[in-house]
Write a protein that binds this ligand. Structure first.
Ligand code: NAD
Length: 372
């Protein structure tokens, strides 16, 4: 019987329809080669849903996502919707999907592809191949927050005035499930796990450390170490090749994964996966936004979206051969010199004669043609 998967495609706004369209084309092509059937249905979220329904995440989109095997998302947002009040902005669709689908583990691999030459802003980056596992539905982004008027004064007599607060909260259960994901991914890679925290200051971080040390008894083959987040950000720049898997809280992961992304080249290259418990649908999307500055110009790099399909097939749907085929096709296309504008000019050493500037569609055509 043909293996069949129910995929929800949400193109979104800006370059989203272009890059997600490229990802869907590659998914359909690889599926035909590897004998499975993606049943793809398109839904709206973000600015396009605000235009059509007045809200960023229509109930039918969330329900379809919950009923699916996986969601493929482009990107949402843009200046057209920037004046809308915070609760109804396009970006609420992403938070709503993450929360509604219980996607607590966000995986962001950052790999420096040798086929691209040195696209890293670092002079001598070495072989960067790391995975950030970020907790996605807890911590300070979801803790109690608010504003109040204070009657207290600072030591010099100045009135404090309005006070704002955000709260970092993590339960044992939330920490354990994300740490387990970190240990498991490390086990499938180079067996090194770094827990990043601020345990010298934060009580939540100290609980993360305790639970990580307890779990290490179960994962004896994994080398476990701990780094403070400030030190980690320096080391990602000074010795990025030494990292394998980093597991960290929501806010630290948000910041560090952008740093890790940047040292491996363009945002147009980087995919992500957001997962819940095994058996639940996952969400796969590029790390970049809707890039309104290049939307509709056939200039966007589709590789981050295409590699999001690769993550979906490899990590979630168990179609490893098809996933490997996509990665190889991307590598071959880059090795042949195809470049969208964002990766066309890097450093002075690049040999311009070996490079062909291509559009979003041409890059996708070449990747599809290189699928084996
Ligand atoms: P962005 O990632 O959209 O763009 C930053 C820069 O990177 C721009 O110069 C853009 O042209 C370039 N870029 C991004 N993706 C590219 C690609 N595939 N190929 C080539 N170049 C690419 O970030 P931003 O400008 O801060 O945000 C624009 C909009 O996207 C905002 O409305 C923001 O809220 C939204 N956003 C959405 C998501 C999401 O949907 N997950 C994530 C981040 C930002």
């Amino acid at each position: 019987m043909t293996r069949s998967y129910n995929i929800v495609s949400i193109p979104g706004d800006g370059i989203g329809p272009e890059t997600n369209g490229a990802a869907v084309r590659v998914l359909e092509a690889v599926a035909a080669k590897y004998g499975f059937e993606p049943r793809i249905t398109e839904y709206k979220a973000g600015g396009s849903a605000i235009d059509a329904y007045g809200i960023p995440l229509p109930g039918e989109t969330l329900q379809a996502a919950l009923d699916s095997d996986a969601v493929l998302l482009g990107a949402v947002g843009g200046p057209r919707w920037d004046m809308i009040e915070a609760e109804r902005r396009p970006e609420q669709a992403i938070l709503g999907l993450r929360q509604g689908m219980h996607l607590y583990a966000n995986l962001r691999p950052a790999t420096l592809m040798k086929e691209l030459g040195n696209v890293s802003p670092l002079k001598d980056p070495g072989k960067i191949d790391l995975l950030i596992v970020r907790e996605l539905t807890g911590g300070i982004y979801f803790g109690k927050q608010g504003l109040y008027k204070s009657t207290e004064k600072l030591f010099d007599g100045t009135r404090k005035g309005t006070v704002a607060f955000d709260t970092e909260t993590y339960s044992e259960a939330e920490i354990e499930r994300i740490l387990r994901r970190g240990f498991e991914f490390a086990g499938k890679r180079r067996k090194k796990l770094t827990v990043v925290d601020k345990a010298n200051v934060l009580a939540t971080s100290r609980l993360w450390r305790k639970i990580a040390k307890d779990l290490a008894e179960e994962y004896k083959d994994i080398e476990l170490d701990f780094l403070y987040v400030d030190n980690c950000s320096m080391q990602l720049v000074s010795r990025p090749a030494s990292f394998d898997v980093i597991v960290t809280s929501n806010m630290f992961g948000d910041i560090l994964s952008d740093l890790a992304g940047q040292i491996t080249g363009s945002v147009g290259l980087l995919p992500s996966a957001s997962l819940g418990n095994p058996g639940m649908p996952g969400l796969f999307e590029p790390i970049h936004g809707s890039a309104p500055d290049i939307a509709g110009q056939n200039k966007a790099n589709p590789i981050a979206s295409i590699l999001s399909v690769q993550l979906m097939l490899k990590l979630h749907l168990g179609e490893k051969d098809a996933a490997d085929s996509i990665l190889e096709a991307v590598r071959k296309t880059l090795a042949d010199g195809a470049r969208t504008p964002d990766i066309a000019v890097h450093g002075d050493e690049e040999d311009k004669s070996s490079i062909t500037l291509v559009t979003t569609e041409e890059m996708t055509d070449r990747i599809v043609a290189n699928l084996e």
